[in-house]
Design a protein around this ligand. Structure first.
Ligand code: AMP
Length: 369
């Protein structure tokens, strides 16, 4: 990730991908133009890099010139296009190819068509390295397009944000979401994740998502998801990954304005951990830490049996189901310690003692992040 002025940008298109797109455009144009010597017209400032690379790759004789137009203020395409340097040579009867770094709304292109209206050129072709179809509002034909991109602000390879970023050989995309803090609260059943999450969500202003709670809500409301989940939960087994992942994604989507999340009971398998990383990436975010409550097995069994007296949870009432949940944890979930340790995100916390003492230990770990 990089920062230019006040904004953050993430890697978007590599120098290699740009090179391949420029090569293809040069080859296609050369094939189509035959022996004709074209005049390539770069639109300054942004196009200086693409023009330079393009003409080096163009396999036949050509001429190069520039016009200078300005249309951007900050990250927004402005209404007014200023013509700073116009055409300086006679192009009557010539094949002119406009070389643009990017076409978004098409306002600059409109100005270009105005400039060439009375020049008597043989043909006017438009070639652009980047194109934002969602933003384009004009009808002018684009004859050659390198890479189509979504309607998000980009910098690099000639494109700037208030003067910075033009020099970078690759392209970066603006990060639009605000900064989030995302924690995975980890530990075996009965470790106290739910109890602690209730304190932490208040203190850090985070949204708490417990997959176990969401399943129980669905069971209570007799939804199709609840009926499916119940058949696994009642045996102390894990609900299948895809069902759980889809549900988690939907829960996150319900909270687009969140400062961040506490994930409680998720991920529980490798596939879920990968899915969570992917989901966070799609939000321009990441998991900051896995905070694990470490508690001995026999303490867990006693805690859960005790909780079963009042929780009304069938999976807390029977010792063999409790032991099966703990077994599921060690066979399928505990490996995630390695997954997060490899990313230097694992923080173990002693989960034995009073609720308050454990909350304090967790806050100490989180405050150091
Ligand atoms: P919990 O409330 O976290 O103890 O979860 C209760 C039960 O819900 C578990 O024993 C599983 O059957 C199911 N469950 C909760 N979270 C997940 C998950 N991430 N993956 C699969 N099953 C889950």
């Amino acid at each position: 990730m990089i920062k230019l002025h006040d904004k953050c940008f993430k890697p978007f298109i590599s120098a290699k991908e740009i090179d391949a797109a420029v090569s293809k455009m040069a080859k296609d144009l050369a094939n189509d133009l035959g022996d004709e010597i074209p005049v390539f017209v770069g639109v300054l400032n942004g196009s200086f890099m693409v023009v330079s690379d393009f003409v080096k790759k163009y396999p036949k004789p050509c001429e190069v010139t520039f016009i200078k137009l300005a249309s951007y203020e900050g990250v927004k395409s402005s209404e007014d296009i200023q013509r700073l340097i116009g055409l300086t040579q006679d192009l009557t009867g010539r094949t002119v190819v406009i070389l643009e770094d990017i076409i978004d709304t098409g306002k600059t292109l409109q100005e270009i068509h105005r400039i060439f209206k009375n020049e008597g050129v043989k043909q006017l072709l438009i070639a652009t390295l980047f194109y934002k179809p969602e933003a384009y509002k004009k009808d002018f034909k684009l004859h050659y397009v390198g890479i189509e991109i979504p309607n998000k602000f980009i910098v690099g390879y000639g494109l700037d944000y208030d003067g910075l970023g033009r020099d970078m050989p690759e392209v970066y995309q603006i990060k639009t979401t605000q900064h989030m803090t995302n924690l995975v609260l980890f530990g075996p059943p009965g470790a106290g994740k739910g109890t602690q999450a209730n304190f932490l969500k208040e203190k850090y202003n985070l949204v708490h998502i417990s997959t176990g709670d969401v399943f129980r809500f669905n069971i209570k409301n007799k939804t199709a998801l609840g009926t499916l989940a119940k058949s696994f939960i009642d045996k102390g087994e894990l609900v299948p990954d895809q069902v759980t992942i889809d549900m988690l994604n939907a829960e996150v989507e319900k909270n687009t304005d969140a400062n961040g999340f506490i994930f409680d009971g998720f991920p529980r398998t490798n596939a879920q951990a990968l899915a969570l990383d992917k989901l966070m990436e799609s939000k321009d975010s990441q998991i900051n830490a896995m905070i694990a409550l470490e508690v001995e097995d026999e303490v867990l069994v006693q805690r859960l049996l005790e909780r079963g007296k009042s929780s009304g949870r069938a999976d807390d009432a029977d010792e063999s189901i409790i032991r099966n949940r703990i077994k599921e944890y060690y066979t399928k979930t505990a490996i995630l310690k390695d997954y997060f340790s490899a990313q230097r995100k694992y923080y173990g916390v002693d989960g034995f003692g009073s609720v308050e003492a454990i909350t304090e230990r967790l806050c100490n770990a989180i405050d150091k992040l």
